[in-house]
Design a protein around this ligand. Structure first.
Ligand SMILES: NC(=O)c1ccc[n+]([C@@H]2O[C@H](COP(=O)([O-])OP(=O)(O)OC[C@H]3O[C@@H](n4cnc5c(N)ncnc54)[C@H](O)[C@@H]3O)[C@@H](O)[C@H]2O)c1
Length: 408
């Protein structure tokens, strides 16, 4: 290198280092090196997600770093590249508290696998309640139910804008169609992408899908399909029977648990979309769907001492060779919320890549991979391969646009 060029490049590097040491520089560097999310609903699922971010940061570089992940790296992003920049809830034990405290506040009762959370500087802010709190919860003790705060709701759109959030992740309780739509609209108004983990249909509703498309924002939904949960297990069994030529005549899936999600689901009126979501997820894997009265899928009871441990019972009855009957019984016991966080981290990273690559509207492939009720169902193996193809395409698009700073 000729001496004046060498001098100029050394000077540029020194300047960059000096800028990075300023708070504006550090903030800019941070902005470019994380996936900034906001969370609506600081419940058990949010707790597992945030614990996961700190956990995978702590074990990075060790032989633990890939354990429990479907994609340790997705499009260049690791789980600990996710950063929470805003959070909303309505419970008096969470609103106004630092996120790291609120995540462990009652009635949250999921397993703590990472007690030492990295400080985010985020305070949980009051959202709009709408239909977020089921009336029957009042019949249960405070440590099991939501306790609505009396604080005035903040301007969620403004908070989203000021926080620099790129994606809003919705964890509204089952049956909160109004609240889910309200946060979806806030995401649209603030210009942020949307990941809907809730069994209330937004991303799979063509009306909402069109709104996200028109705004140039990607969205993934609806209703997270857990890592090794009841749905994926039941889908896999249904495919197995079909692929092996055994004709399923009837099947059920009964679920029990002791978290607020199960308490909330005791109100059968809040369950219609959850039942549709879970039933369609299994029916879609059969070449010929079962008659409605030969398939029963749903939560069955709230068993408080189970806490966040979900116990699921699946039975499949079928006819094999020569029409001879066979049946299978399966019992699955799994911690509910980490099971969902393992999948949300894929949805968030796919959404970030899509946003940077300029995709808008429902991400069909990411939704088919991550969600029970996507706009388009796919066999799970096909969805995994299609997701990986989508990620490569998005990365190529980002590189071609020269926008390399927001992806690695
Ligand atoms: N755990 C899983 O594997 C799984 C799988 C699929 C779907 N889901 C769905 O994810 C959602 C979240 O599950 P969870 O276990 O975290 O529930 P949760 O009950 O632990 O948390 C919900 C949180 O939302 C808050 N909330 C209620 N109304 C609100 C509002 N209007 N604005 C802001 N916050 C509000 C509550 O105070 C609570 O903190 C549920 O709809 C559940 O069905 C979970």
């Amino acid at each position: 290198m000729i001496p004046c060029l060498r001098l100029a490049s050394a000077w540029a590097i020194r300047l960059a280092h000096r800028f990075y040491r300023t708070s504006a520089g550090a903030a800019l560097f941070k902005v470019m090196s994380t996936i900034r999310i906001a969370i609506a609903g600081v419940g058990n699922c949010a707790s597992s997600l945030v614990q996961g971010i700190s956990h995978y940061r702590a074990v990075r570089g060790s032989d633990q770093q890939d354990i429990g992940l479907m994609h340790p790296v997705l499009g260049g992003w690791r789980v600990d590249d996710i950063e929470v920049v805003a959070a909303f809830d309505i419970d008096a034990r969470k609103v106004g508290r630092p996120l790291e405290e609120a995540l462990f506040a009652l009635p949250n009762n999921t397993k703590v696998f990472c007690a030492k959370l990295d400080r985010s500087g985020v305070t949980v802010q009051m959202g709009e309640i709408h239909d977020g709190v089921a009336s029957h919860m009042a019949d249960y003790p405070p440590h099991q139910r939501f306790e609505p705060a009396s604080a005035k709701p903040v301007n969620v759109v403004q908070v989203l804008r000021e926080s620099g959030a790129e994606i809003l992740v919705s964890y509204m309780p089952v049956g909160s169609q109004l609240a889910t739509e309200w946060y979806a609209q806030a995401a649209l108004d603030a210009g942020v992408a949307f990941v809907n983990c809730v069994p209330c249909f937004v991303v799979s509703d063509p009306k909402w899908a069109a709104k996200f498309k028109a705004k140039g924002l990607p969205c993934v939904g609806d209703d997270i399909k857990a890592q090794v949960g009841a749905t994926i297990t039941h889908r896999t069994l249904a495919r197995l029977f079909d692929d092996r030529g055994a004709k399923i005549s009837s099947t059920y899936q009964l679920n029990t648990g002791g978290n607020t999600d199960f308490l909330n689901m005791l109100n059968r009126e809040r369950l219609s979309s959850k039942k549709i979501s879970k039933t369609e997820a299994v029916q879609s894997q059969l070449d010929v769907p079962l008659p409605a009265d030969q398939i029963h899928i749903g939560p069955s009871d709230f068993v408080p001492f189970l806490k966040d441990n979900k116990v699921c019972f699946i039975r499949v009855e079928a006819q094999g060779f020569g029409g001879v009957p066979l049946n299978m019984e399966l019992r699955l016991s799994v911690e509910d919320s980490p099971n969902s966080a393992a999948v949300v981290v894929d949805a968030i990273r796919a959404c970030k890549l899509a946003k940077d690559a300029g995709y808008a509207g429902p991400l069909e492939v990411a939704s088919a991979w991550c969600m029970k009720h996507p706009p388009k169902q796919m066999p799970d193996r096909d969805a995994k391969l299609a997701l990986e193809e989508f990620v490569s395409e998005a990365q190529a698009k980002i590189r071609a646009s020269g926008k390399v700073s927001t992806t690695r």
